[in-house]
Design a protein around this ligand. Sequence first.
Ligand code: NAG
Ligand code: NAG
Ligand code: NAG
Length: 275
Amino acid sequence: MAPKLQASVLLLLPFFLYLSPVAGHNITRLLSQFPDFSTFNSLLSKTAVAAEINRRQTITVLALDNSAASALARLPDDTLQEVLAVHVILDYYDNVKIHSLRRRSTLFTTLFQTTGVAENQMGFLNFTRLSDGRLAFGSATPGAPLVSTYVKVVATRPYNISVLQISSAIVPQGINGLPLAPFGAPIVVPPEPLVPAPAPVDDTVSDGPAEAPEADAPDADAPASDSPADSPGPAPVSHAPTMADVSDVEDSSAGRVAGGISLGLVMAGVVLLGF
Ligand SMILES: *[C@@H]1O[C@H](CO)[C@@H](O)[C@H](O)[C@H]1NC(C)=O
Ligand SMILES: *[C@@H]1O[C@H](CO)[C@@H](O)[C@H](O)[C@H]1NC(C)=O
Ligand SMILES: *[C@@H]1O[C@H](CO)[C@@H](O)[C@H](O)[C@H]1NC(C)=O
């Protein structure tokens, strides 16, 4: 009887939390349902970051599972607070929204930026879609590597709070005087798709396979909108494509001439038939 009662209370709990008009969200309580995130949760509470998250109405928390969060546990409290604030984006991004960002690379403003002590772009995160489909994060500090990737959505309360798991901590170099040595290893970023064949493959075509893993996002990424942004990237093309482009143009104008001639013949035929 008691377990049954407990189960139904647990089932109702999310609805209760959601409907509760007074409390808003409580990140501590939200994460307490996920034992994999207990270390991260206790780090948030240990600093003022949990309270700050609760105070905000539109927020995304980039959460670390226990093994990834353990890397932060050795930081002094003041540094820890700043680093955790870097993991809080001042906007709402759930699984759909983060997959449908149209730009390949975007800067997110974090809670750390609001503290007034962030310098050298440390208050921003660089979000970049890699050519293999992964969604990568790094500090926006110039020259900082991408160090973390999107794993999954943990919990959301649309459109107020979203908790997304990322693979490892993002520690801007030099934050709170932390030594410049890289904190986490940069992730291996695959090269932009260098289409091996010298053929002048259309941008929309070469984008196809790279974008395919994200095709679940039912929208926005119209290849047409992406290709202008992409063209600066793979720009360093040799002149092979240029030559090919030229011959393409020649081909197609030849085609147009041929088309014109045959159209003329058809017209003539129609005229003849008319008689
Ligand atoms: C959710 O956000 C909306 C507007 O962004 C706000 O009016 C509402 O109070 C927020 N709800 C909670 C529980 O914070
Ligand atoms: C948030 O939840 C935790 C754990 O349930 C609780 O200890 C804390 O008092 C709550 N905070 C607020 C502001 O309601
Ligand atoms: C994000 O980082 C990548 C890789 O370091 C870089 O190419 C890109 O320009 C950065 N994006 C922004 C918006 O700064």
